[in-house]
Ligand binder design. Structure first.
Ligand code: 5AD
Length: 434
């Protein structure tokens, strides 16, 4: 996955291909030589990643066509029209949101502080309505391979930081990484993979570049990197080797809170990396931790707005979950409802094309996270494709969801949940790059 379905190329102009999916036209950046109208392709995150034979494409499309229509009906039923009367202050604000009229600062705070269950329900339904309107029933499903838990940073909340002295550290070899990618792509059908590690995990940029180049030579997959702050030169080198996405949270938009959580480091330099990466052409996945000690509702609104300002293709907000071997061991995690509030607010405030992830941390906080998250504005999932032996060692926070589940099991679970919600695991969304 992304279980992208094949699309048919309608035309190619310069490096932009127009691709048709069941009658809907999408644009994708093409880096393949000799792409012609009539060819079938897989596209991911706005990039054409591979050509497919007409025979294979037509077979996949035949299977999907019928299901696609019936799933769209389920999704539409679950997304009942909201806001019949527009009388209350809440309905007036939500009506503005649906009409895409900018909200005032006060209105944003009002939405983030709802307490009545009925009000929250209306808010979540409106967010789900916007998700449906802009993304139909498409859900992005990426895989992540955690290649090393080595880390040289001292983030006060993180279970793989230097604070966790007793943690056994691992570093997958190039062969192990390629094997994991092979399984994810060839056995399970992933079309987009994040490679992640702690920062300064011991690989040189050249080693990482070589690994990415080899993956890109062998597999039709979009590669997103997540190795922390690797500098502008590092970003450029890995882009040249074929990486096209960067997953890096800014963690909090509050510079004071950032400095307190990351002694010796600054929010400004993290943001500079994110901006450099976007300028280079990387698709950006970013976001923050929710429920940090001292974090206010206004901070969270600022987090959402910062993610949008960074032109994120996908926003990733996860609850802070205290880890025993860190200085924040005694702090509290947020409630499930707090996370739904953030996802719904992100859907209301973000540009139409922005994808919103249900994070593994949220799934760890609540068994209903996926179901509830997907019904309050989210439209993306990330499955763990790290070899099972390494997973418990990637202990960002305790008892991570899916830690013991095979990839096949996770794929089955994700696909059946998505289908029960009328969603299709694929990526039709195309980054609206400026
Ligand atoms: N709780 C939740 N998320 C965490 N991360 C690190 N530590 C924790 C924690 N205790 C997240 C950070 C980082 C990502 C890889 O993991 O947001 O960006």
């Amino acid at each position: 996955m992304c279980y992208t379905i094949p699309g048919k190329v309608i035309n190619v102009q310069d490096n932009i291909a127009t691709v048709e999916y069941f009658g809907r036209h999408k644009k994708a950046i093409n880096e393949l030589a000799q792409l012609l109208p009539g060819d079938y392709v897989y596209a991911q995150g706005g990039y054409v990643i591979a050509k497919v034979s007409a025979q294979e494409a037509e077979q996949v499309l035949r299977t999907w066509q019928e299901l696609f229509v019936s799933l769209q009906e389920i999704d539409a039923q679950l997304t009942r029209p909201v806001l019949q009367n527009k009388n209350t202050p809440l309905e007036k604000i939500l009506d503005k949101a649906v009409r895409r009229v900018s909200l005032t600062g006060e209105e944003k705070l009002f939405l983030s502080g709802l307490t009545e269950p009925r009000d929250k329900e209306l808010f979540y339904k409106t967010a789900n309505f916007l998700r449906q309107k802009y993304h139909a029933n498409a859900c992005c499903v990426h895989g992540i391979i955690e290649i090393s838990n080595g880390c040289g940073r001292n983030c006060n909340y993180c279970g793989i930081s230097t604070h966790n002295k007793g943690l056994v550290r691992y570093r997958m070899t190039k062969t192990e990484i390629i094997e994991a990618v092979h399984e994810a792509v060839m056995v399970h059908g992933f079309k987009a993979l994040v490679l992640q590690s702690g920062e300064g995990a011991g690989y040189s940029i050249d080693e990482l570049g070589e690994i990415i180049r080899e993956i890109k030579n062998q597999y039709a997959v979009l590669i997103l990197i997540s190795f922390g702050e690797i500098g502008k030169t590092g970003l450029k080198k890995l882009f040249d080797c074929g990486a096209r996405g960067l997953l890096m949270r800014f963690e909090t938009s509050n510079p004071g809170l950032y400095a307190w959580l990351h002694p010796g480091f600054s929010l400004a330099s993290r943001l500079e990396s994110l901006r450099d990466a976007f300028e280079m052409g990387y698709l950006i996945i970013t976001g923050s931790l929710i429920g940090l000690p001292g974090q206010t509702r206004q901070d969270i609104i600022n987090d959402i707005e910062l993610g949008c300002d960074l032109q994120a293709e996908m926003l990733s907000f996860g609850p802070f979950l205290p880890h025993a071997q860190t200085p924040l061991a005694k702090s509290n995690a947020p409630q499930e409802n707090d996370m739904c509030d953030v996802l719904a607010l992100a859907r209301v405030l973000a540009p139409a094309q922005t994808k919103i992830l249900v994070t593994t941390a949220f799934e760890t906080l609540s068994a209903q996270a996926r179901y509830n998250g997907l019904l309050c504005g989210a439209n993306s999932l990330m499955l763990n494709a790290t070899p099972l032996a390494f997973r418990p060692l990637y202990s960002l926070y305790p008892r991570r969801a899916h830690e013991q589940e095979s990839i096949a099991f996770q794929v089955d679970q994700a696909v059946s949940l998505l289908q029960s919600l009328g969603r299709v695991p694929m990526d039709l969304g195309i980054a609206d790059r400026k």
